[in-house]
Structure formats: structure tokens, C-alpha cells
Write a protein that binds this ligand. Structure first.
Ligand code: NDP
Length: 309
């Protein structure tokens, strides 16, 4: 079996940037695409805050561009997800859907996936009024009434951010107890545009037939009373899940599964670097993911050069 110089896990902004850099350095990286090829950007519409695109760029197009750029320099791509990683000794051994891949260095750019409610109607309307990213999509709902789901800091932060655009932001939370920090909760409570629906869950997002969000059907969890709330957008603020479970017991991670790194991208295993949302619970932007992807690639280059590769 061939031993690769570098394998990159993940094909989002971070992984593809690492691929671009290592490819351009002549390392012929192999990108394992993962279960959400293209990462979170491929789920958004217009990206207006990625530098270099004054008119904005569609998320999927941006991803496709970086992918082409990496391919041009010799990056290779493999569909599939890593099921097992043996990092105890180098070269590292990966099991990609049953196929073995061996590599001298590894970049973990497996990202994080937004937590969704899991409703079919929600899924059908992603990108048409259902979003998990206020920073990406808030702008499109200027002057509209919208909902933010969740009771943690993410939900409060999204709701506060969205007040810049929306006429009203209704926070829908499934209980009366909030996980959000006191300061964030207070800030949201004091905001004139923010309204509250507690002890309620969304049962359905309408209107799939029209391909736009027109309302949600809510259910009060105490008495099962149901009602419809007219609305133009639903933002999920119920957390993210880093895609790192395959590295449990091998790489250090915090209690929520975010990989812990030192000097930005170094994991505790020599030759394994982590970048993007898998190790960043704080910024989670396309540009910061690209930034740490670049850092990881430069460290791979340095390591392999030191080893005479
Ligand atoms: P949290 O886990 O703190 O909160 C998630 C919220 O979503 C909870 O209110 C939870 O409800 C609700 N929720 C989860 N699943 C569902 C579901 N299926 N249906 C309805 N509601 C659901 O996640 P966050 O992303 O808010 O925060 C993660 C971490 O990041 C925290 O440590 C937070 O402090 C930090 N953070 C800090 C920020 C800041 O300081 N500026 C900004 C954003 C995040 P329930 O409580 O009932 O379980």
C-alpha cells in the first residue's frame, strides 16, 4: 500500500485551503471528502463577508472554486468518511469506508455540523428561509419577522445579531430554563425587537410547496396546544456538533468534542494537525477556517521538509 505524504480529512473551507497549500508545495495531498462534501458553506447561499468578492459569492460556488484551485495543483479527492484512525504510530493508518489509507501526516478538517431539529419540512427549506447561520443569511431578512430557536448563548447571540435586520425576532425555546449566560440573556431580554415563546417546539415549517418560509406550527409542550405563527425565516441556534468522535481517546478534545490544539493547529500527536471548525468553537467563519487550514498546511510542509520528504 502506498504511503501518502499528507491526507486531509474534510472538504470544507479549511480542508480545501490546506489542500491548496500542500498541493502547491508539491505534496500531492489526498482529500477525504467526508459525509457533508463541501462543508457548511455548501449549505449557505450568498456569502458576503469572504474577502475578495465585492458582490458576494454563493457558498457552493466559493467551495467549488477552492476545490478547482487545489485540483489544479494536484490535490486528489476521495469520496468517503473515515471510520477509524490509528494514530499511535507513523505512518498513520485510516479506514475510509473499509478502504485503508496510509499517510505520513494528517490534517483534521472534519468541521462541525449544525444541530438541526430533524423535521422533514425544515430540511426541505434549508436555504429558502431555514438557516443555521445568522451571520451568513440574516441580511436577507431585512424588515421581516423571524424566529430563532434555542435557549443557549448561540441563540441569544444570533437573535441579537438578527435585530439589525429583522423587524422582530422571536426566540422559541422548548422550556423556561435558559442555558445562556446571564449577560447574554439580559441583553436579549432588554431588546425591544426581541419577543419570546417559551415551552414550545416547532412541529412543522411551512410552506414546503411554495419553497419559502411563511409560518411555523408550534406546540406548547405543557398542554399540547398547537398554533401557527406567521414568519419569514427560521434560524437554528441549538448548537453545533464537531465531527471528531472518530478521534476520541486519541486526540485531546474538550467536553463538547472540539479538538484542543496548541500553537493554533498542533494536536498532541506528532504529525497530526487540526484546523477549521473541528477545533474552533469561537469564530467559526469561512475565512478563519481557511486561515487555520493554511496554517496546518504550512506545518505539514515544514515537518515533511525536516524529514527530507
Ligand atoms: P448550548 O448547548 O449551550 O445550547 C443549546 C440550546 O439549544 C439549549 O437551549 C437547548 O435546549 C436547545 N436545543 C438543543 N437541541 C434542541 C432541539 N432539538 N430542539 C429545541 N431546542 C434544542 O449550545 P450553544 O451553541 O448555545 O453554546 C455552545 C457553547 O458555546 C456554550 O458554552 C456557550 O456558552 C458558547 N457560546 C458562547 C457565546 C458567547 O459567549 N458569545 C456565543 C455562542 C456560544 P435545552 O436547554 O432545553 O437543552
Amino acid at each position: 500500500m502506498e504511503t501518502r505524504n499528507v491526507v486531509i480529512l474534510g472538504s470544507g473551507c479549511s480542508g480545501l485551503t490546506a489542500a491548496l497549500y500542500t498541493a502547491r508545495a508539491g505534496l500531492a495531498p489526498l482529500v477525504i471528502e467526508g459525509h457533508e462534501s463541501g462543508g457548511q458553506l455548501s449549505l449557505t447561499t450568498l456569502v458576503e463577508n469572504f474577502p475578495g468578492f465585492p458582490e458576494g459569492i454563493q457558498g457552493p460556488e466559493l467551495i467549488d472554486n477552492i476545490r478547482q484551485q487545489a485540483s489544479k495543483f494536484g490535490a486528489e479527492f476521495m469520496a468517503g468518511t473515515v471510520r477509524e484512525a490509528r494514530l499511535a504510530e507513523r505512518p498513520f493508518l485510516l479506514n475510509v469506508d473499509g478502504e485503508e489509507v496510509r499517510t505520513r501526516s494528517l490534517v483534521v478538517a472534519t468541521g462541525a455540523s449544525a444541530r438541526w431539529l430533524g423535521l422533514p419540512s425544515e430540511k426541505a427549506l434549508i436555504g429558502h428561509g431555514v438557516s443555521s447561520c445568522a451571520t451568513c443569511d440574516g441580511f436577507f431578512f431585512r424588515g421581516k419577522d423571524i424566529i430563532v430557536v434555542g435557549g443557549g448563548d448561540s441563540a441569544m447571540e444570533e437573535a441579537l445579531f438578527l435585530t439589525r435586520f429583522a423587524s422582530t425576532v422571536t426566540i422559541v425555546h422548548r422550556s423556561e430554563t435558559f442555558r445562556a449566560s446571564r449577560i447574554m440573556l439580559e441583553r436579549a431580554r432588554e431588546h425591544a425587537k426581541i419577543k419570546w415563546v417559551t415551552n414550545a417546539v416547532i412541529e412543522e415549517v411551512l410552506d414546503v410547496a411554495k419553497q419559502e418560509v411563511t409560518a411555523v406550527r408550534l406546540r406548547d409542550v405543557r398542554d399540547d396546544k398547537r398554533w401557527e405563527l406567521p414568519i419569514s425565516a427560521v434560524f437554528l441556534g441549538i448548537g453545533h456538533i464537531p465531527n471528531t468522535s472518530v478521534f476520541k481517546d486519541q486526540l485531546d478534545m474538550d467536553e463538547d468534542g472540539y479538538l484542543l490544539t496548541r500553537d493554533y493547529v498542533f494536536t498532541r500527536v506528532h504529525g497530526v494537525f487540526a484546523c477549521g471548525d473541528a477545533q474552533d468553537r469561537r469564530y467559526r467563519q469561512a475565512i478563519t477556517a481557511a486561515g487555520t487550514g493554511c496554517m496546518a498546511a504550512l506545518e505539514v510542509e515544514k515537518l515533511l521538509e525536516e524529514e527530507g520528504r
